[in-house]
Ligand binder design. Structure first.
Ligand SMILES: Nc1ncnc2c1ncn2[C@@H]1O[C@H](COP(=O)(O)OP(=O)(O)O)[C@@H](O)[C@H]1O
Ligand SMILES: Nc1ccn([C@@H]2O[C@H](COP(=O)(O)OP(=O)(O)O)[C@@H](O)[C@H]2O)c(=O)n1
Length: 213
């Protein structure tokens, strides 16, 4: 398989480390990287800015169909409130439908691409060369997110962040449309006991084995 387009799908729950891995894999292979969670975060942010209710499916779908990806403050997008809001709009089927083409176009870049999210291996790129499903225990994920948010001046408690993560996991896994789940042919990578470099080495070895197959 070496020499063909390389599309790497990285899925997993909140703060499992999928973005960190996806970014490093993209840099390693010289491929473009798309954090698809940011798209859902942008839709939520645009709706809040417009004073709309996140549960308003019609407004959410219209926003998802027509928003401009520039002009958002990334620190705000990556904040706790927007993560929660993103998972509310992400459960609306029309929002997911409206975001499919942008993601598939990105994945069709010459040479390939790396995308991370919840449904990359199952819905967006079912033909991806390699599918990684990255996990870690809720406590480990909450500790990572706590450290990350504290570094940005957010004073949220570990317990509060753990509760956020559990709620978001339940909503993302329980929705009817494109729920968070590993594709049948995804390879599971539990990073609970792995540092960033160890997790990257494990991910790279999975991708290399797949490319050589
Ligand atoms: N294996 C790891 N060990 C320790 N910290 C990690 C690991 N992977 C990621 N992190 C850190 O955890 C936080 C969440 O990682 P991120 O890649 O953004 O997760 P996700 O994209 O799954 O939400 C970041 O601050 C990141 O630096
Ligand atoms: N492909 C994707 C990516 C994100 N999402 C939704 O968007 C929310 C935010 O995703 P994210 O990847 O930015 O969140 P973190 O995992 O970084 O916390 C998730 O909780 C999902 O509800 C999704 O439904 N599908």
């Amino acid at each position: 398989m070496v020499g063909r387009n390389l599309v790497i799908a990285v899925d997993g729950p909140a703060a499992s480390g999928k973005g960190t891995l996806a970014r490093r894999l993209a840099a390693h292979y010289g491929l473009p990287y798309l954090d698809t969670g940011l798209l859902y975060r942008m839709v939520a942010r645009a709706m809040l800015d417009a004073g709309q209710r996140l549960e308003d499916a019609q407004a959410a779908e219209a926003t998802a169909a027509g928003f401009d990806e520039t002009g958002f403050d990334e620190a705000v997008l990556r904040g706790r409130e927007i993560g929660e809001a993103a998972s509310v709009v992400a459960a609306i089927p029309g929002v997911r439908r409206a975001l499919i083409d942008r993601q598939r176009q990105f994945a069709a870049a010459p040479g390939g691409a790396v995308l991370d999210g919840r449904d990359i291996g199952t819905v967006i790129c079912p033909q991806a060369t390699v599918k990684l499903f990255v996990t870690a225990t809720p406590e480990v994920r909450a500790a990572r997110r706590h450290k990350e948010l504290a570094g940005r001046g957010d004073t949220a408690s570990f317990e509060g962040i753990l509760a956020d993560i559990r709620r978001r996991d339940a909503r993302d896994s329980g929705r009817g449309d494109a729920p968070l789940k590993a594709a049948e042919d995804a390879i599971l990578l539990d990073t609970s006991a792995l540092g960033v470099d160890e997790a990257f080495a494990a991910a790279l070895s999975i991708v290399e084995k797949r490319r050589a197959a």
